[in-house]
Design a protein around this ligand. Sequence first.
Ligand SMILES: Cc1cc2nc3c(=O)[nH]c(=O)nc-3n(C[C@H](O)[C@H](O)[C@H](O)COP(=O)(O)OP(=O)(O)OC[C@H]3O[C@@H](n4cnc5c(N)ncnc54)[C@H](O)[C@@H]3O)c2cc1C
Length: 455
Amino acid sequence: MDRNTRIAILGGGPAGLSAAMYLEKKGYENYTVFEKNNRVGGKCYSPKYKDGRAYEMGAIMGCPTYFAVQEVMDFTGYGVDGPALVRQYKNKDGKVIDPFSTKNVLNLPHLLRMKNHVKKLCKLLQTKYVGYDINGHRGISQGRYDGYAATKEHQKVSGENPNLKDLMLPFDEFCRINGVEGVKDLWIGPYTSFGYGYFDEIPAAYVLKYLDFDTMMDFMYLRLWTWKDGTQSIWDHLNDKLKHPALLNQEVTKVERHDGKVYITAGNEAPKEFDKLIVTTPLPYFAEYADASAAEKELFSKIDYERYDSMAVEMKPENIPDTSYYIFENMQPERLGHLMVYYKRWKTDDKNQPITTYTLRNHKGQKVLDYEGTKKQVLEDLKTMSNPAENVILECENYYFPHIFTEDYQAGWYEKVEGMQGENNTFYAGEIMSFGDMEEVAEYSRDLVERFFAD
Ligand SMILES: Cc1cc2nc3c(=O)[nH]c(=O)nc-3n(C[C@H](O)[C@H](O)[C@H](O)COP(=O)(O)OP(=O)(O)OC[C@H]3O[C@@H](n4cnc5c(N)ncnc54)[C@H](O)[C@@H]3O)c2cc1C
């Protein structure tokens, strides 16, 4: 492709900015990133507290398998420098527990089963499910894999593997047919509590592409990355380094594609002409401002997303918890709308900091819970935990982890959307194309540039 191709990128979050970086690395410098907010980073949102320190309202962490995020940091000269992540557990009544303790003999059979199932899953992933961890979902519905290996070298790999079709089943069912139900007790921590939905509804592909075996072990052994100035700072640094930083306060309100060109209207400006378009903004809303085709409308209407709320609260110093807490009992659909995790970012003896809470409000087949009612419930739950809040200083109602369900996955949703890449000079990237975390979206942007903007 001509290196002077004019490329419009919608969205200045991790997907859009990493697409810009990978394009730039390939010699495409005629790109423009449109961002509706007055900052970049999207759901990597790290506002400053009154003492000047950053806290997290969106993404918090990465780990050593975040190879594309590492590449972004290498590009900018930035590194991992945040506080260590520590955690403990409570039951729903606020009692501190240790679900992984071997001291209680009654717990031992359960732990042994979990350990055996983890070992078994590890083996299955290396044998029966070869190709499961390739970024994106291309080929799965046809029993193929095609993409880049989840390794530092990200070598290109492809092959046939009919077993991969099992990944389209809800994770519960995937575990049942493989006799590894015990792994759910481990995977649930970094999965459901991080707002990615419940195992009875979410296809295993999402669970295992995000929490591939190595990444899961990093979470288990707390080999985790955080950033002193927050995850937003990764993308602030990248934006500063790009030849063309994102245009801020430029909400795209119209996309027209005709005569082989793309016309973008943003902010109060006149439409700008481009040759290609990369969309990283939420696809369910694309048709509201774009001349979406019938296929785009139909496919994007199938996307669901999680209502995952984060809230920062202040507490009296005596009520600040000693550490972050996970409440496994509240990660079941019956406890929808309850507090699942609360996060203490800075040192354990530091009594001056906001605490962030996390809650889910939806589950397939259930009515979405009302926002205000859920917020009240979370504040009640903090009291039950003996960490009552004084006041709420910030709250985010997040459009989170867009995904499709098993039926649409099996009907070839990803094959259809991947088959549309490049049609009408339009490409799709961002969370729905891979998974809702920083690494997967950055990897997908790399993959997209490799596939369609190659030498
Ligand atoms: C509470 C929470 C916790 C999380 N924890 C983690 C974590 O620990 N680790 C991790 O890796 N990930 C985590 N994530 C997920 C991660 O933040 C996202 O997956 C990632 O930010 C997705 O990047 P994106 O660019 O695809 O989308 P986004 O980050 O959503 O960015 C999209 C951008 O598009 C812009 N936009 C939308 N519409 C328009 C328009 N019409 N015109 C112009 N611009 C527009 C938005 O303003 C936004 O900046 C978390 C997210 C949340 C909310």
